[in-house]
Design a protein. Structure first.
Length: 247
């Protein structure tokens, strides 16, 4: 019997055995558990594969951990072999890495690019440029879904917040809507960030009044309390993705 398995024998006292007499069981774990031995070279190989996935897209271990939703300290533990990497995390890391690499090679914008561009643009009051880049990113996503699904896992990568709540909601809502338009489940980060604003926000671009923007905002976006003229969204026009707003 493999003694790496804990017994459920009681430790409350002696037990009667056949033929008379008694035996006191050893003090052991109160439940059965089983551990699968992990070879050192397996742990090393997993760490090397994680590191290769990060390097493939030019990210440090800390930055790559962030796009996977793993804290810096925990991801370092995976990389140095101090922590056993869950199988699902390794699979996701390699899938996201391959998607980001494909997107980069094909010149496609991802959510990481969009959020990295929008934050500084808004701080410099370049609202029109920020809206335009959102439209470029989401157009690329739509084309990616239709023409190059190998790059689609890039959108699972969690982007850094822009620093502006209405823009985070805008980006997350647009991403979610494109995925639903193609009958796919949106990335988890997009679902989490797409929350209706308590105070509605109107994003103004040149040539529009607040009333114009509210009138021209697609219903799937206005449902979240964010208003942007459909004309500013380019390919993501009022009718192109006119589905009921997602959760």
């Amino acid at each position: 019997m493999d003694l790496d398995v804990a017994s459920t024998l009681s430790t409350s006292g002696p037990e009667t055995v056949p033929g008379g007499g008694s035996v006191t069981p050893s003090r052991v774990s109160p439940r059965w558990t089983s551990r699968i031995p992990v070879a050192v070279n397996d742990v090393t190989e997993v760490a090397q594969r994680l590191d290769a996935a990060a390097r493939q897209v030019g990210l440090s271990g800390t930055d790559f951990g962030a796009v996977l939703g793993v804290s810096a300290a925990r991801f370092r533990g995976f990389l140095d072999g101090g922590l056993e990497t869950p199988a699902h995390l390794l699979l996701r890391a390699e899938r996201v890495s391959a998607g980001l690499r494909r997107a980069k090679d094909s010149g496609r914008v991802t959510a990481l690019d969009v959020c990295d561009f929008v934050g500084p643009s808004i701080r410099h009051r370049a609202v029109g440029a920020a809206v335009n880049f959102c439209a470029v990113g989401l157009t690329d996503l739509l084309q990616c879904q239709e023409q190059d699904p190998t790059a689609l896992p890039a959108w699972e990568a969690i982007p850094s917040p822009t620093g502006f709540l209405e823009w985070d909601v805008l980006i997350a809502t647009m991403v979610g809507q494109v995925f639903r338009f193609q009958h796919r489940d949106p990335p988890e980060w997009a679902v989490r960030r797409a929350r209706r604003l308590k105070t509605p926000r109107v994003i103004l671009t040149d040539g529009y009044t607040p009333d114009d923007v509210k009138r021209l905002t697609p219903r799937w976006l206005s449902a979240y309390g964010v208003f942007v003229s459909s004309d500013s969204l380019g390919m993501l026009s009022r009718d192109a993705l006119d589905l009921p707003a997602g959760p």
